[in-house]
Design a protein around this ligand. Structure first.
Ligand code: URA
Length: 230
């Protein structure tokens, strides 16, 4: 989509809109190889160079990140170290701001999607879309088929809630480990589901979200999700 150059720079986090006007007037921006000094000039963001470099994620950002333990998904640094502190700083200045699609607890590890394409947040988190999420859980007390049945029943009530959890699929891997697939995203849902059956989650790792799988992406690293995969 064609956009004004000052807007392109500002949206990609390079500067404020006003600063962008100055940077453009200084001759730091090229379109298709030619310097353009008019901030209102309209161009495809992917054809814009700033200081002779292509822009960072010119057409919007959508990445998969492997969250380490000890980081919060909030933008608020008062809540502890943020996942955003592990990511390129310029992402914090993008407009719209880069946000996680849903959140993982501070002690939870694994797959989190990040984007500045706001409709994607709705696409992945709206209850109507029922996007499945797969968690590897480690628990305190041995697992058994009774828990599998309860989770699958669609009758499990969480403390303080008025509607039962939708059926969830629990696949026991060994005494203390299982994969759990849920299609909702209630607050601390996985931990509270195990609490509701008198168990306790000691480790929680998400390895699949919708069609995306963490694979061998190292902890603390991110990878672009290609537009073609959207
Ligand atoms: N459920 C939880 O309890 N915690 C998470 O981080 C994600 C799902």
């Amino acid at each position: 989509m064609l956009k004004r150059l000052d807007q392109v720079l500002a949206n990609c986090g390079y500067s404020t809109r006003n600063e962008a006007k100055k940077l453009i007037k200084k001759g730091l921006v090229k379109v298709d190889g030619s310097v353009i000094k008019d901030p209102s000039f309209k161009a495809e963001p992917s054809r814009v160079l700033f200081e002779d470099e292509p822009l960072d994620h010119p057409d919007g950002l959508f990445v998969m990140f492997n969250k380490p333990a000890g980081y919060v998904c909030s933008h608020e640094s008062s809540e502890g170290p943020r996942i955003y502190d592990l990511l390129p700083e310029i992402w914090l200045f993008r407009n719209p701001i880069v946000s996680s699609i849903g959140r993982l607890d501070k002690d939870t590890t694994g797959l989190i999607l990040l984007t500045d394409i706001t409709h994607l947040i709705h696409d992945f988190t709206s209850p109507k879309k029922s996007v499945p999420k797969t968690y590897r859980v480690k628990v305190e007390n041995p697992l058994d088929q009774e828990i599998v049945k309860i989770f699958a029943s669609g009758t499990l009530m969480l403390q303080g809630e008025e509607t039962p959890c939708l059926p969830a699929q629990l696949q026991i891997l060994d005494d203390l480990r299982a994969d759990l697939i849920i299609t909702e995203g209630r607050y601390h849902q996985v931990k509270r589901m195990f609490e509701a059956v008198s168990n306790k989650v000691t480790e929680l790792h998400r390895w699949r979200f919708g069609q995306y799988t963490l694979g061998d992406l190292p902890e603390g690293e991110w990878v672009d999700i290609e537009a073609g995969q959207l």
